[in-house]
Design a protein around this ligand. Structure first.
Ligand code: ATP
Ligand code: MG
Length: 692
């Protein structure tokens, strides 16, 4: 149930735009604003290049491939450069006519076809001279009508069109240069954005981990580990996506669409308006489909998380499953989860399967409209072929950002949700610590009427008071769950008592600098934790400057030298790779060596609950003897055989100190300690030891 809620929380979505969040998020981008600025400038450059590509095509088709001169019926020259052909007929360059003049001439039916004008000298003139029936000689050169060009051979036509071929070559070279520019700009843009994104992720992970290191235990207790890991990995990645795929590209898309619209309106207003009518339905459709697709995808991810959880639980619990013959039941449960995941995946496949083709159909519809309407325009002469071709290019440039928009919206939404979760974690109050320094430790501990609960009023410690003098060795015993480890947790300042005071060397620990305090106490915890690294590094943990020799001496003092020697690579054995194979006893021995290496004044020892063999126990016992000589010791003991040498015993029961005294005194008293003693030694003869 708990885990299911966690999945839901991971999937919870915020608003796509939350100004407060966004501002804070942008704070992480601020150090890299120059990168974003350059990326934006590149976006402008890329847009310009992309806008120019269809226009170059149009130019190639219109001014190169079609003959440039048109004959016009008019009384007087429409422009000064016009060449007079006959009475009432003039020859002009189509490009030279102002657009408004040309349109009014075309509408009035005054245009009489296109011509090529060949200069009077050169290879073109030779071809012309060979076909006097097709070419008309005028003072400016030879004139030939477009339809008559068909009567010439291909070679002759190319000769006549040599200047156009040259222009075409320049255009193609220009096109290639532009493509190269676009490639370089795009590369630069992607690189800059990815670089900035990676830096931002790096900074965020650092901030999160730094914060995690300072959070109070009380908070960390309540968080499933997986969730915190997700904060520093997946959530950060979601934000990276926003920086690398949305921020600058939104600007680029806006620029591109504005540019495309401006050009399209210039080319043809009515056609542009007609095409724009397709925009809103296309946008609505994409949003609707993407929402369905996203839901399906999320559902699949939820199911996958459940599948993974069940799998890992089953694999690690396999001995129990087989021992209790739960195979059938387990298999049935797995089948159900597996089926759910399969169905969720299929739903997602279907949605995506419909979405892609639908969008293509829409785009094809727009294209069909364009060809029909634009084609008629070309035939009637109001529209050039080049413009029509350019239009099809611009239309796809116009619709691409629209259909991408919903993707960007989703990314933005996930990034907002992720940043909300991250900032919630970052806003969690850090562990409070005092500032009073603790110069040298004498090793005196005092608890004064300490009340403590992990939650609300579930008191785990109820009015604990005791005093340990410097150099005294005290054992803490009591039934499981009576609060022994809790006392250690409080002493190290992991939690704050709700009532009462804890004094070290007479200073209230809430006023002390906790880092310093912890540095000066050594603890051998109940569940010894080994860090990734080798045995030597684990022993050296507190004393970074300790030489390999020092490590060896500490290990000898702790009685683990022999055990370490038996490991395949001795002190360089990687404990994580072998961590699973180090026994609980071995791990505890290593953490004793760690404490020896630290050489502290005050040692707290939380004995492993698990049984170790009598030989190891004797080793631990001996190690502790050596470790504890001349230091203050607070030892939590489960095997009462290990506490024979302590000065005093504190007996804890259900959060209260119920007995106190030397072992002999307590045994004489015949109270709780005596009862525990009886339990441990009644069934086993003392000679055999407490455990076997
Ligand atoms: P053991 O002999 O088994 O080590 P203990 O005396 O060390 O037991 P504690 O670990 O101090 O017992 O636990 C005392 C009580 O506090 C138990 O009821 C336990 O469930 C509860 N408790 C311990 N740690 C936490 C925690 N982090 N959050 C909530 N409750 C806790
Ligand atoms: Mg404990």
């Amino acid at each position: 149930m708990q885990s299911q809620q966690d999945y839901l929380e991971e999937e919870r979505l915020g608003k796509a735009l939350d100004v407060r969040l966004l501002r804070r998020l942008l704070g992480y981008a601020r150090p890299y604003w120059r990168l974003f600025l350059v990326a934006s400038l590149l976006a402008g450059g890329i847009t310009l290049v992309e806008l120019s590509l269809p226009y170059i095509t149009k130019t190639a088709i219109d001014s190169v491939l079609t003959p440039p001169w048109i004959a016009i019926r008019a009384e007087s020259p429409p422009i000064p450069e016009a060449i007079k052909l006959d009475e009432g007929r003039f020859l002009v360059r189509a490009q030279a006519l102002p657009r408004s003049v040309r349109e009014s001439l075309e509408e009035g039916g005054k245009v009489e076809g296109r011509y090529l004008l060949i200069p009077p000298e050169g290879p073109g003139a030779e071809v012309a001279a060979r076909h006097p029936d097709l070419f008309r000689r005028i003072p400016e050169g030879y004139l030939v009508a477009e339809p008559d060009l068909e009567k010439l051979s291909a070679g002759e036509r190319l000769t006549l069109r040599a200047p156009a071929v040259r222009t075409l070559l320049y255009l193609v070279l220009g096109l290639l240069a532009l493509l190269l520019v676009r490639f370089l700009f795009s590369y630069g843009q992607v690189y800059l954005l990815q670089y900035a994104g990676q830096r931002i992720m790096f900074d965020m992970r650092r901030a999160i981990f730094r914060h995690l290191l300072r959070l109070p235990m009380g908070f960390l207790d309540r968080q499933p580990v997986g969730r915190l890991v997700t904060r520093a990995t997946n959530d950060v990645a979601a934000i990276n996506e926003m920086y690398t795929q949305v921020v600058v590209y939104l600007l680029q898309d806006a620029l591109k669409m504005a540019g495309v619209l401006a050009i399209m309106f210039r080319l043809n207003t009515r056609l542009t308006l007609l095409i724009l009518a397709f925009g809103p339905p296309l946008l609505a459709l994409t949003f609707w489909f993407r929402r369905r697709a996203r839901d399906a995808y999320r559902e699949a991810r939820r199911k996958l998380a459940r599948l993974n959880a069940y799998l890992s639980e089953s694999i690690s619990g396999m001995p129990i499953i087989q021992l209790f013959r739960q195979e059938l039941r387990s298999n049935r449960a797995f089948q159900k989860i597996n089926q759910g995941y399969y169905q969720a995946q299929m739903r997602s496949v279907i949605v995506y399967g419909i979405f892609g083709p639908t969008i293509s159909v829409m785009q094809t519809l727009v294209l069909a409209l364009l060809i029909w309407y634009g084609g008629r325009g070309v035939l009637s002469g109001v529209f050039t072929l080049g413009a029509l071709v350019a239009f099809t290019g611009y239309v796809s440039m116009l619709f691409q950002p629209l259909s991408d928009l919903s993707d960007k919206y989703n990314i933005l939404q996930s990034a907002m949700a992720a940043s909300e979760r991250i900032f919630k974690l970052l806003d969690e109050k850090e562990e409070p610590t005092g500032s009073r320094p603790l110069p040298t430790l004498r090793g005196e501990i005092e608890f004064k009427d300490v009340w403590f609960a992990y939650h609300d009023e579930d008191w785990v410690l109820k009015g604990i008071s005791f005093h340990i003098a410097p150099g005294e060795r005290v054992a803490l015993v009591g039934p499981t769950g009576s609060g022994k480890s809790t006392i250690v947790n409080l002493l190290f300042g992991f939690y704050r008592p709700q009532r009462g005071k804890i004094l070290v060397d007479g200073h209230d620990i809430s006023e002390l600098d906790l880092a310093q305090l912890r540095r000066k106490l050594a603890v051998v915890p109940q569940d010894a934790f080994l860090f990734s690294g080798n045995v030597e590094e684990n022993i050296r943990l507190w004393e970074e400057k300790l030489s390999p020799d020092g490590v060896r001496r500490a290990a000898e003092a702790a009685g683990v030298h022999g055990m370490v020697k038996r490991l395949p690579e001795g002190y360089s054995t990687d404990v994580r790779e072998r961590g699973g194979r180090l026994s609980i006893g071995e791990r505890q021995l290593l953490s004793i060596a760690r404490a020896v290496a630290a050489d502290p004044k005050l040692i707290v020892l939380d004995e492993a609950t698990a049984n170790v063999d009598s030989h190891t126990e004797a080793q631990v016992q001996e190690a502790l003897e050596r470790l504890t000589a001349g230091r203050t010791v607070l030892a939590i003991a489960h095997r009462l055989s290990t506490i024979r040498n302590v000065d005093r015993v504190l007996v804890l029961s259900e959060g209260r100190l119920v007995e106190e005294g030397t072992v002999e005194e307590l045994l004489e008293k015949k109270g709780l300690f005596w009862a525990l003693w009886q339990l441990q030694f009644a069934s086993v003869s003392p000679a055999e030891g407490a455990d076997s």
